[in-house]
Design a binder for this molecule. Structure first.
Ligand code: PGA
Length: 246
C-alpha cells in the first residue's frame, strides 16, 4: 500500500511570516495522529521560519526551483539552496506553466530536484479547451512523458499530481471517476517504464479539493492523495481534509 500524501500549496500566501508560522504550527498540531503524510509548501521566503517551527514534525516542500545548481539567474532559487529545508518541490504547476515554463524546463527541474535528493511533485493537467477537444490524456501523457524521459531509472522517488487547469481555484473539481481515469492512464504510463515506478509513485489529484469532497478522490484506486491550494490556507479546513486521507 502506498502511504497517502496530502500536500498544501500555499501559493503566494500568507502575507506575513508570523501568519505562515502560526498556520504551519496549527496544521502540525492537528495531524499528529494521522497515518497520512502531510506536506506544506509555503512561499520560499517563509520556508526557513516554517522549518524552524515545525520542520521535524511534518514535511515541507518548495513551490518551484531553478534547475541550475548556481549561476547568473536573478531572483531564482537553486535545489542546493533548499537542502535541509524541503523534502519535496512542486514542478510544473499550471500557474508556473502559464508564466512560460515549458515541458522541457519542468523535466529539467524534476531531474535536478531528484539529483539533490528531494522528491519532485510533477503537476500535469489539461486546460478547459483541451478537455473540450478530447485531448486530456494526450496532453497529460505528453507532459508526463517529457519528465520521465529526463529521469534515469531508479533516480529517486517521484510524485505526480493530476491537476486539471480548469479545476484549480474554480470551486469546480473534477468528478472522482474522471480523475481516476486520468490517474489510471498515468499509472499505466509509469508501468510501461518499470513496474516498481508504477508501484512506488504516488499520484495525487488537485483542483478545488475540500474537506467536503476529498473522500470522493481518496476512494479511487489510483489516487494516493491530494494537492490542495485554497483549502490549505485554513488550518481547520486543511486538517479536516487530511483526516479524510487517514
Ligand atoms: P485549489 O488549488 O485547491 O485552490 O484549486 C490547487 C493547486 O493549485 O494546487
Amino acid at each position: 500500500m502506498r502511504r497517502a500524501l496530502v500536500v498544501g500549496n500555499w501559493k503566494m500566501n500568507p502575507d506575513r511570516q508570523t501568519d505562515a508560522v502560526a498556520l504551519a504550527r496549527a496544521v502540525a498540531d492537528g495531524v499528529t495522529d494521522l497515518d497520512a503524510e502531510i506536506v506544506l509548501c509555503p512561499p520560499t521566503i517563509w520556508l526557513s521560519a516554517v522549518h524552524a517551527a515545525v520542520g521535524d514534525r511534518i514535511g515541507l516542500g518548495a513551490q518551484t526551483v531553478n534547475p541550475a545548481p548556481r549561476g547568473a539567474f536573478t531572483g531564482e532559487i537553486s535545489p542546493t539552496m533548499l537542502e535541509g529545508l524541503a523534502r519535496y518541490v512542486i514542478v510544473g504547476h499550471s500557474e508556473r506553466r502559464a508564466a512560460g515554463e515549458t515541458d522541457d524546463l519542468v523535466a529539467r527541474q524534476a531531474a535536478s530536484v531528484q539529483a539533490q535528493g528531494m522528491t519532485p511533485i510533477v503537476a500535469v493537467g489539461e486546460t478547459a479547451d483541451q478537455r473540450a477537444a478530447g485531448e486530456t490524456l494526450e496532453r497529460v501523457l505528453r507532459q508526463l512523458g517529457t519528465v520521465l524521459d529526463a529521469l534515469s531509472a531508479g533516480s529517486g522517488p517521484l510524485v505526480v499530481a493530476y491537476e486539471p487547469v480548469w479545476a484549480i481555484g474554480s470551486g469546480t473539481p473534477a468528478r472522482g471517476e474522471d480523475a481516476q481515469a486520468v490517474a489510471f492512464a498515468v499509472r499505466s504510463e509509469l508501468a510501461a517504464r518499470g513496474p516498481s515506478l508504477a508501484h512506488d509513485t504516488r499520484i495525487l489529484y488537485g483542483g478545488s479539493v475540500t474537506a467536503g469532497n476529498a473522500d470522493e478522490f481518496f476512494a479511487q484506486a489510483d489516487i494516493d492523495g491530494a494537492l490542495v491550494g485554497g483549502a490549505s490556507l485554513d488550518a481547520e479546513a486543511f486538517i479536516a481534509l487530511a483526516r479524510a486521507a487517514g
